[in-house]
Design a protein around this ligand. Structure first.
Ligand code: SDX
Length: 385
């Protein structure tokens, strides 16, 4: 007879299991602070609203890599380095040209980032140089795949202009207007960092084994791809476009209520930490309202507001960062299946900032699991089973 379930974990010490590590503080970090009760988000000392109003994505990259804002000279230097590292090694471009055109862009992004390590001349092996190389190349990968899958020529990156401007240029084959660049830059700022979310946790875990940054970012992209995390923005857009099929009879409130009755999650709502409105959603809501009006997609914003109202009444749950970013990206003409790639192009700043922080004071990340199975069972031959 096997023993009853006993374990070397003293249940008095571990009275319960925090499923999903909810509420567990496992790190100290300078990268960001999230107050879920106040709806406050701070990147290395600066409120997200302050950064949204005054900063650029390049400046936020420096902030997350160095825990301080750059001087004018430092900003020019990091901007130049990011511009210089945008182009892709030929074998990576060949992969992008020849891979399945129907492929998931996040799959292509994950695979291409993973390949980069083979072709990255490891200059002085500085972590910051790796971070710059990966962050600079991700927009090029994303835009190149969209061109290739449409049988269009891949457009070489510019060696000037901002990351936001250059991305839209590589995607559309023409220089974007100032408003479009500013909107993209703001979206990149808002998605850059968010504490110990699933993809950042993945990145730090891979770093903690002393594996390389390319592997850590590859793993993080895999984590972000899921609909419970970065993949939600694409699902939100599909939900809104459902109503576009028959606008006259659209009834978002009824749609949401029936989903809730079926115990289904409404994408773009809820958050493990925020128990009030996500401060990023506050800023993205205004962007969504303005852009949808400018581009003739007012319906999307109106339906969004009906959904927000219904979720509030039915479940008292607020929208998160993914809810309004969907309308913003759609109004900018970004293909829906690339929304999460844009999230990744931004969050790579936070991932690599956390990688550097983990490496500076590393300890292997290795939690425990409470074994619930039997022990010391007698062997039974296959004939007896
Ligand atoms: C991001 O962690 C981060 O910081 C992530 C992120 C970042 O910047 O990195 O902010 C980005 O990933 C935002 C989240 C994007 N995901 C979605 O929009 C998917 C839909 N959201 C849910 O799956 C959910 O809200 C989570 C996963 C985001 C959070 O889930 P939790 O904390 O595990 O909460 P839960 O699933 O235990 O839900 C608690 C209650 C449940 O109701 P009861 O069973 O107790 O009655 O709230 C309900 C849930 O059913 N609920 C929802 C809901 N989210 C929670 N009900 C309907 N629709 C939802 N979206």
């Amino acid at each position: 007879m096997s023993e009853s379930v006993k374990t070397d974990i003293d249940l008095n010490e571990y009275p319960h299991i925090n499923r999903g590590l909810e509420g567990i503080v496992a790190f100290s970090s300078n990268k960001s602070s999230i107050d879920g009760q106040k709806g406050e988000l701070i990147y290395s000392g600066y409120n997200i609203e302050t950064l949204a109003e005054n900063s650029s994505f390049e400046e936020v990259c420096f902030l997350l890599w160095n825990d301080r804002l750059p001087s004018q000279e430092e900003l020019e230097e990091v901007t130049k380095k990011l511009q210089q590292h945008r182009s892709l090694p030929d074998p990576v471009k060949d992969y992008i040209r020849n891979t399945d055109k129907e492929g998931n862009p996040m799959t292509v992004l994950r695979s291409a980032v993973s390949m980069l390590e083979d072709y990255y001349e490891d200059q002085n092996g500085e972590l910051l140089d790796n971070a710059i190389a990966i962050a600079a190349k991700m927009p090029t990968i994303v835009a190149a795949f969209d061109r290739a899958r449409k049988d269009q020529e891949i457009i070489e990156p510019l060696t000037d202009h901002s990351m936001a401007h250059n991305f839209l240029y590589m995607l559309n084959g023409e220089h974007p207007g100032e408003q479009a660049s500013k909107t993209m830059d703001l979206a990149l700022i808002l998605h850059a960092e968010h504490g110990m979310n699933a993809s950042t946790f993945t990145c730090r875990t891979i770093c903690s084994t002393e594996s390389d940054m390319f592997s850590a970012v590859t793993g993080a992209i895999g984590a972000l791809k899921g609909p419970l995390h970065g993949g939600a923005n694409q699902e939100v857009m599909k939900m809104l476009l459902n109503f576009d099929e028959d606008p006259e009879h659209a009834d978002p409130a009824d749609f949401v209520k029936s989903k809730l009755e079926r115990k289904e999650k409404v994408m773009g709502f809820g958050h493990r930490v925020y128990k009030v409105l996500d401060p990023r959603a506050v800023l993205l809501r205004q962007m969504a309202e303005d852009l949808s009006k400018e581009t003739g997609h007012e319906n999307l914003y109106e339906w969004s507001q009906t959904i927000v109202q219904t979720m509030h009444e039915e479940k008292d749950i607020d929208p998160n960062v993914d809810f309004y970013s969907a309308t913003v990206y759609y109004s900018m003409g970004i293909p829906i299946d690339m929304f999460t790639c844009i999230f990744a192009m931004s969050r790579v700043a936070g991932w690599t900032g956390h990688y550097i922080e983990q490496a500076e004071n590393n300890r292997l990340i290795r939690p425990r699991a409470l074994y619930m199975g039997e022990k010391n069972k007698a062997w039974t031959s296959i004939e007896e089973r």
